[in-house]
Write a protein that binds this ligand. Structure first.
Ligand code: G4P
Length: 531
């Protein structure tokens, strides 16, 4: 962290770069939309979905996403809230795309965890939380759908504490639930927030309260609900920790707000919480040193590549998290991997569903750089220094299939398409040492369908996936002599990934154990770092 360093310059300190994590259906889209609404990025609720749909019709890949009701593409949105600049990085919700999610979470400084008040901590919430935990990412919690019948407040908090092993500090407290839900007591500011059920886009009425004995409470809350609120708040104060910013920032405590995204209720309080307590842009790790956001030189790292966002142009956009400096359009940056200079002439910022040219950006911001394939996940852009950012993982696929072009004459085209998807991070592509064809590896089964559909749409290539004799892949590294010996004996199991690294393919864990035993100098790994 940034101990003993001078405060960040205001332009950087005002940035909040975060993602929302949630189990599908908890309300992530609705909350995103309300963020954009209050951030002034859209005028009317409903636009995110409406625009999303307009865009979706352009591509069948995205059409599939729509048909299946899952979100497979992530993007970044920037908007201002009060004096803050929020950068919200969208994470795909479906578990099949967890690798993408992992990488996205390396690009943010905090996460907002949305849970459904009736369902509590669900499976996907827990998985995503674990990813955040790996990096001690600060987490702010929003308990949504309080306008419906919800669980008891203490029960929800207990569940989070026990299931996720994190301290929970209530930032607000719900009054009533379901049909009788009136609003919340804002614990941080001693205010009463009353929900307006009549107008979903209207922000709640706020009444300043002078402690729990303030007679004003009686004017707004029926006697029974009020005595319950007083009782619960007293218990909460006794049993639950008060919000402590350091504990939030080191990932050991999460503040929780209760609300109803669809009713715009509790959302502004949450946004205020992100602004006030959320982290400023954090130092980013590289192999040699940490990069601090207030360093003068511009540096950034590609954490996602999205191809064919506009099918007419066949473009690719590399999403770059700026780690330091003040970027201006037209800047010449060093592409560390190829050692070539790149002039960044048309960087884009994503404002709601629109793209806009980014004239400037600061550490913490996410910019999109259109390119023709030079930029890959893990690549660094700097003003000269040969940095290698660390921590962006690549996982061994858990499912493998062979792939063939429907038309054998199009094999070369297929190769090109596959390599592009590999660079984008959408799949792992392995070329076996023996035989023709490719083996494609993914983390979740839906990715095969997405790939087949994209190859067909974007390259007009019908393809066939077929069962592979292998089900696991491990990267292999070691001294050359030992590698040569190992490869000569295991030819039928060896392939190269799209970076030219050696991979061992097998169906049996037993095989992996055997290699580890027989070749003690070799290292078999299920992850490798992208660079
Ligand atoms: P997701 O992105 O996390 O998957 O969730 P999304 O926002 O799409 O919300 C899932 C469903 O929950 C939607 O209903 C949405 O309207 C509803 N919802 C979101 N926030 C609240 C809330 O505060 N209270 C209540 N009662 N419902 C909420 P749907 O019927 O699936 O879609 P739609 O027809 O409303 O668009």
């Amino acid at each position: 962290m940034q101990q003993n360093r001078p405060p960040l310059p205001p332009e950087i300190a005002r940035r909040r770069t975060f993602a929302i994590i949630a189990h599908p259906d908890a309300g992530k889209t609705t909350l995103t939309e309300k963020f954009l609404l209050f951030g002034g990025a859209i005028q009317m609720a409903g636009q995110v979905r409406a625009k999303g749909e307009a865009r979706r019709t352009k591509s069948d890949f995205i059409k599939m996403e729509q048909d299946r009701g899952i979100s497979v593409s992530a993007s970044a949105m920037s908007f201002d809230f009060r004096e803050y600049r929020f950068n919200l990085v969208d994470t795909p919700g479906h578990s099949d795309f967890s690798e993408d999610t992992y990488r996205t979470l390396t690009a943010v400084d905090a996460a907002v965890m949305v849970i459904d008040g009736a369902k509590g901590v669900e499976s996907q919430t827990r998985k995503l939380f674990e990813v955040c935990r790996l990096r001690d990412l600060p987490i702010l919690t929003f308990c949504n759908k309080m306008d419906r019948e919800a669980r008891d407040t203490f029960e929800i908090i207990d569940e989070i504490q026990e299931n996720l092993a994190i301290d929970v500090s209530p930032a607000s407290w719900p009054i009533g639930s379901g049909r009788d839900f009136l609003g919340c007591y804002d614990i941080l500011n001693d205010r009463l927030e009353l929900m307006d059920r009549a107008d979903r886009n209207r922000v709640a009425e706020t009444i300043s309260i002078n402690g729990l004995d303030d007679p004003k409470l009686e004017q707004h809350i029926p006697a029974e609900a009020l005595s319950r609120l007083r009782e619960e708040l007293e218990m909460a104060r006794e049993l639950l920790p008060a919000l402590d910013r350091d504990s939030l920032l080191n990932g050991s405590m999460t503040p929780i707000w209760f609300g109803s995204a669809i009713n715009s209720f509790g959302v502004k309080e949450l946004m205020d919480g992100i602004a006030k307590f959320g982290p400023e842009p954090q130092p980013q790790p590289t192999a040699a040193r940490e990069v601090f956001p207030d360093e003068d030189a511009v540096t950034g790292v590609v954490f996602k590549v999205q191809a064919n966002m506009d099918p007419k142009h066949r473009d690719r956009v590399a999403f770059v998290r700026l780690a330091s400096g003040h970027f201006t359009r037209g800047m010449k940056l060093n592409h560390v991997r190829s050692k070539k200079a790149m002039t960044i002439s048309s960087p884009v910022l994503f404002l709601a569903a629109d793209r806009e040219l980014a004239e400037e950006a600061w550490a913490g911001d996410i910019i999109g750089i259109p390119n023709h394939g030079q930029l890959r996940i893990g690549d660094a852009l700097t003003e000269g220094e040969a940095l290698r950012f660390t921590g962006i993982p690549s996982f061994a696929p858990e499912l493998l299939q062979g792939v063939r072009a429907g038309d054998p004459l199009k094999a070369k085209h297929l190769e090109k398409a596959l390599l592009q998807f590999a660079e984008e991070g959408a799949a792992k592509v392995f070329k076996p040492m023996i035989g023709s064809g490719y083996i494609v590896g993914v983390v979740g089964p839906l990715q095969f369908d997405v790939l087949a559909s994209r190859i067909e749409q974007e390259y007009s290539l019908p393809v066939r996936f077929e069962p592979s004799q292998f089900s696991s892949a491990r990267w292999v590294q070691g001294p050359k002599a030992e590698m040569d010996k190992f490869m000569a004996v295991n030819k039928g199991h060896i392939a190269q990934d799209s970076d030219g690294d050696t991979v061992f393919l097998t169906r049996l864990q037993w095989d992996i154990d055997r290699i580890t035993r027989d070749y003690p100098e070799l290292k078999l790994t299920a992850t490798k770092e992208m660079m």
